[in-house]
Design a protein around this ligand. Structure first.
Ligand code: GLN
Length: 598
């Protein structure tokens, strides 16, 4: 259920932070002469977690459905340079891009909704902006001047936005038509002030026809009376206006559809025409949000505001409609045991959940995820928290398949090893992602090769049986942006493996990575002899990317994170394989795939 909480949903790293990138000023000016970029700014008011990200990406979807090319920028006003060092417990998952950017999970939502490939530059943080300004200051670029928030920080923000909006993200040549900018946080937050001011200046410089401001707000209902309250929105619009930004649209989040009276009040007190008051009430799944906007003719009103009516085509959301309805009508589900460390906050594994959803829908199934805190499976928990221990094992045994996702640190590792062992010994379909793959290697080395102390250097640096080792190029002292990050190629060692068949490519696959440790190449020979085959490796042949256990219906580990490239309608191969295997359809699917019938 899509409800009023952070909608179960959805960057320059160092190099980029050093200098504003992309297009030279000359080519930018040339482009601008031809046609101006149209900006849609999405801000948020009243409370955080309203689902601005989904709202903003859904706006992008309806504009794309009108034939426009859309890109997006997410602004995160925190001081971290990027999301790489932030805890998934606190902030949800760290999303990884092709170029290795470690960014806010909302960028994942944009990639999935708009089917684009963003760059790290598409996520702006206060940290990146200050870093770039301070570097320029040290170089002497502002010699003689006092460097200030206004104009230096605000200019840097504007330049960044204008440059990055021109990067093509949809595989086509040249810049997009529209750039959706989502400003994180809530209007009035101290840390977002320089961004608000920069956006106000941007609005002024690009002019009315090229800028559209949509303010997402909450319309709560108070208990007994049951009346939809508009006052919090009125206050937040007043705050926005005081900062010089006048919203053209309100996107009102509410549990139930907005009543006419509330719309009238909002229009009158917030100075927004009734036709521009959009309502995003709770819906069964997030794929309905673009449809909701279309049903309220949001696309027409936004196109009008941006003077794009003449270039847009008739809105076509057939595929979205089919997807949303299919998903609503699925009744059968498949139980998936998700054994991880950060199971308290489902946003910590947002892309994994989305990838499971994509795979399940392709099989006309609903994912029923049993969240299992890995530490609850451990022997210690039998004594300390016996109920949680029993429940965890019951869930694991009741599931049709097991997934161990990525993670860092040793909490829960013992439990993950137990889960991997359970799946291996009981022929239960298993998918290990990144840490999950490393776990399966440790488990196999301990149980089958009888290397009792087999471990990863991450958890036991002194172990004599280092089956997972620190990667030579990593850094143990600097945590930000020092992992093996982004898209890398995996070469299949044989076309005769499940992974190659699922990817429907016998040669290679490009997936995104985020890890510091890897399987020790010295142990690979013994593991393979005992049946754990490394069917996918990097171009050097020394780096293990995909493992498959022989004589098991489906036991796969991947060093990369396939979840980041999964798309609605184009599920990620390892996830699809897991769901197919869990429901006894894998063999038939592979046969159909080989005959070209999928
Ligand atoms: N902690 C492991 C590593 O750094 C796995 C990382 C992950 O799962 N993303 O290699």
């Amino acid at each position: 259920m899509w409800i009023l909480r952070r909608y179960a949903f959805c960057t320059f790293t160092r190099a980029a932070a050093q200098q504003i990138p992309v297009l030279s000023r000359v080519s930018r000016e040339k482009y601008k002469e031809k046609r101006r970029m149209k900006y849609v700014l999405v801000t948020g008011g009243v409370v955080s977690g309203l689902g601005k990200g989904v709202t903003a990406s859904s706006i992008g979807v309806v504009l794309k459905a009108c034939g426009l090319r859309v890109t997006s920028i997410k602004i995160d006003p925190y001081l971290n340079t990027d999301a790489g060092t932030m805890s998934p417990f606190e902030h949800g998952e760290v999303f990884v891009l092709d170029d290795g950017g470690e960014v806010d999970l909302d960028l994942g939502n944009y990639e999935r909704f708009l089917d684009v490939t963003l760059t790290k530059d598409n996520n702006i943080t206060t940290g990146k902006i200050y870093q770039s300004v301070l570097e320029k200051e040290r170089k002497g670029d502002y010699l003689g001047k006092t460097v200030q928030v206004v104009p230096h920080i605000t200019d840097a923000i504007k330049d960044w936005i204008e440059s990055v909006s021109l990067i093509p993200v949809d595989g086509k040549e040249g810049p997009a038509d529209v750039c959706v900018i989502e400003l994180g946080g809530t209007v009035g937050d101290i840390e977002s002030m320089p961004f608000i001011e920069a956006l106000r200046q941007l609005y002024f410089s690009v002019g009315q026809d090229n800028f559209c401001l949509i303010h997402v707000s909450l319309i709560p209902v108070l208990g007994v009376v049951g009346e939809q309250k508009t006052k919090p929105t009125q206050h937040s619009v007043r705050e926005l206006r005081a900062l010089g930004l006048i919203p053209h649209f309100l996107a009102c989040r509410s549990a139930q559809p907005l009543v006419e009276n509330a719309k009238q009040k909002l229009s009158q007190f917030c100075h927004v025409p009734v036709a521009n008051i959009l309502n995003i009430h709770d819906v069964p799944n997030i794929w309905h949000v673009p449809l909701l906007l279309r049903n309220q003719s949001a696309h027409d009103a936004i196109l009008k505001q941006l003077d794009l009516l003449s270039v847009a085509r008739h809105v076509d959301l057939q595929e979205w409609t089919r997807r949303a309805e299919t998903s609503d009508n699925i009744t059968k589900s498949v139980r998936i045991a998700m054994v991880g460390k950060y199971v308290g906050l489902t946003d910590s594994y947002l892309s994994v959940v989305k990838a499971l959803m994509h795979a399940c829908i392709a099989c006309s199934l609903k994912p029923s995820i049993d969240w299992i805190a890995a530490s609850d499976l451990e022997d210690d928990s039998a004594k300390l928290t016996p109920e949680a221990h029993a429940a965890a094992w019951k869930n694991l045994r009741g599931a049709a398949c097991v997934l161990v996702p990525g993670g860092f640190g040793d909490r829960g590792v013992k439990g993950m090893i137990l889960a991997a062992r359970y799946a291996r010994e009981n022929s239960v379909p298993f998918l290990g992602i990144c840490l999950g793959m490393q776990i399966s290697v440790i488990e196999f080395a301990r149980s089958v090769l009888h290397l009792d102390k087999a471990n990863s250097e991450e958890f036991d640096p002194q172990t004599p049986d280092r089956v997972v080792i620190f990667m030579p190029e990593g850094s143990k002292t600097h945590m930000g942006s020092t992992m093996r990050l982004g898209s890398r190629r995996t070469l299949f060692q044989t076309p005769d493996c499940i992974a190659a068949k699922l990817y429907n490519n016998s040669e290679y696959v490009d997936e995104r990575h985020r890890h510091r440790y890897e399987v020790n190449p010295d142990i690979v020979g013994s593991l393979e002899e005992a049946g754990l085959k490394f069917v996918g490796r990097d171009e050097s042949g020394k780096r293990m990317e995909i493992l498959e256990l022989q004589d098991h219906p489906f036991y796969i580990g991947v060093q990369f994170h396939p979840e980041f490239k999964s798309r609605p309608g184009r599920p990620s191969a390892p996830f699809l394989g897991l769901v197919l295997a869990a429901t006894g359809q894998l063999e038939a699917f592979v046969k159909r795939q080989q005959n070209g019938n999928v």
